[in-house]
Design a protein around this ligand. Structure first.
Ligand code: ASP
Length: 438
């Protein structure tokens, strides 16, 4: 029998009704051996997430204000779930201790981690499964960098004693045992780490949508769901703003060759989105996998005749950026032109100094700055060696009246990035989607 690691997001564990759905899902497949829960999320649009409330508790503790009132609201959410599920253990005692510890430890990470900790305890009682505290097995170094190999070893050892267990998401500990969390949404990362240690056949990530959509539904009406994509395509799409999975959740499973399946707790019959190492067969995949984009970039265009024969020109341009701690996104170049695309937020305070430095060290003929650029990535292995993909994209933009200010296919062939005016962003996204999908 294979092993599946299943992670459930906050909306999948927001109330007792969802706990029931989760239990049904887990027990319907005996290979689902390790469960990674998030903290209870929102039950309705204006509801509060437990994690946000715990951070609030910490802020109050930090300024020596009482946190009990808000903690009581947190406690009531857990107690209500426990009551409706008929759980029979002393949850009130654990809640009382947690509240005291939040005050005593004065750590934001400790406070925030209790959302997952308490939910993990609840779920382990509800399933009758063992509980593994991530503070004992998920390790960070003294500086807070995730210690992957140490963790892998610790988790593997714990799994030998616990063939089925609940392991809360989002946190682990420093070498001294003090609790440390991943960044927000980090239970996805825990799930991937547990999947790697379990040498799982599948990492299932259960959430409240059917999977990844081919484009942002706020821009493109009713976009199709992506049924299958590769980790590399996912990386390109998430880099450009597509969100469902925490960015860092890709690496542990990608490296171990474990596929990830995004599933919907409220629609368990839907196959969701499958993310794999290798692309699907050509016959199964569409020409593109998805489209994603971002606004607020600046294009720095540096012209100099005979630039191609000048040693170190590119290095000096990039050195100017590095000297002012600015990273760049893309580097589309021509024979006598070098363009650097930089996010506005990076450049804003240092623009004049950087330009001055490039002028001094590179002596360009001209240097031009254009802000208000939006980037759109059209991603898909289906485009590789399919004649006419780029032509289709460019024609779609031309017909929609969108001026292309930059184009960069890079060397990957499965990602074409175009830069357009911010005002054309939505029109361009829709035009590309319609050209390839409808
Ligand atoms: N509960 C944490 C958060 O809200 C982690 C997670 O849900 O993945 O960010």
């Amino acid at each position: 029998m294979g092993v599946k690691v299943v992670k459930f997001g906050g909306s999948s564990l927001a109330d007792a009704e969802h706990f029931k759905k989760v239990k049904k899902i887990i027990l319907s497949d005996p290979s689902r051996c390790y469960v990674v829960p998030s903290a209870p999320g929102k039950r309705f649009p204006n509801d509060e997430k437990i994690t946000d409330m715990l951070y609030q508790c910490h802020r109050l503790v930090d300024i020596n204000q009482p946190h009990e009132e808000i903690f009581e609201r947190i406690a009531n959410r857990y107690l209500e779930i426990a009551r409706e599920l008929g759980l029979d253990f002393d949850l009130e005692k654990i809640l009382r201790e947690t509240s005291h510890e939040i005050r005593a430890r004065r750590s934001a990470d400790f406070a925030a981690s209790r959302g997952e900790y308490l939910n993990g305890i609840m779920l382990s009682h509800y399933l009758g499964w063992d509980f593994i505290d991530p503070a004992d097995v998920i390790k960070f170094d003294r500086r807070g960098a995730f210690a992957s190999e140490w963790t892998n070893e610790m988790l593997k050892k714990a799994m030998e004693d616990h063939p089925r267990a609940v392991i809360p998401g989002f946190y682990g500990s420093y070498p001294n045992g003090e609790v440390h969390t991943f960044s927000r949404g980090g239970s996805d990362v825990t799930g991937a780490i547990v999947a790697r240690a379990a040498e799982a056949d599948m990492y299932e990530n259960w959430t409240d949508v059917n999977g990844f959509l081919m484009a942002d539904p706020r821009i493109v009406e009713n976009p199709r769901c992506i049924r299958r994509l590769t980790y590399r395509e996912l990386r390109e799409l998430s880099y450009m703003g597509a969100t469902v999975l925490h960015e860092e959740a890709i690496f542990p499973v990608h490296k171990a060759g474990i596929p990830t399946n995004i599933r919907n707790t409220n629609n368990p019959d839907d196959p969701g989105t499958l993310i794999t190492e290798l692309p699907a067969d050509a016959s199964e995949r569409g020409q593109i996998t998805g489209i994603a984009g971002h606004k607020d970039f600046t294009l720095i265009t540096i012209d100099k005749a005979m630039m191609n024969s000048e040693y170190g020109f590119g290095r000096r341009v990039l050195q100017a950026l590095e000297d002012f701690d600015v990273s760049f996104e893309h580097l589309p170049t021509g024979i006598d032109t070098m363009c650097v695309v930089v996010a506005d937020k990076e450049l804003i305070a240092r623009k004049d100094q950087i330009i001055q430095r490039i002028k001094q060290t590179c002596q360009p003929d001209t240097i031009e700055i254009q802000s208000g650029l939006a980037l759109i990535a059209t991603v898909g292995y289906g485009m590789v060696r399919t004649p006419g993909s780029a032509a289709k994209l460019i024609t779609a933009l031309y017909e929609a009246g969108v001026n292309i200010r930059m184009i960069d296919q890079g060397s990957s062939e499965f990602n074409i990035i175009v830069g357009v005016d911010t005002a054309d962003f939505e029109t361009a996204m829709r035009a590309i989607y319609n050209a390839f999908v409808s």
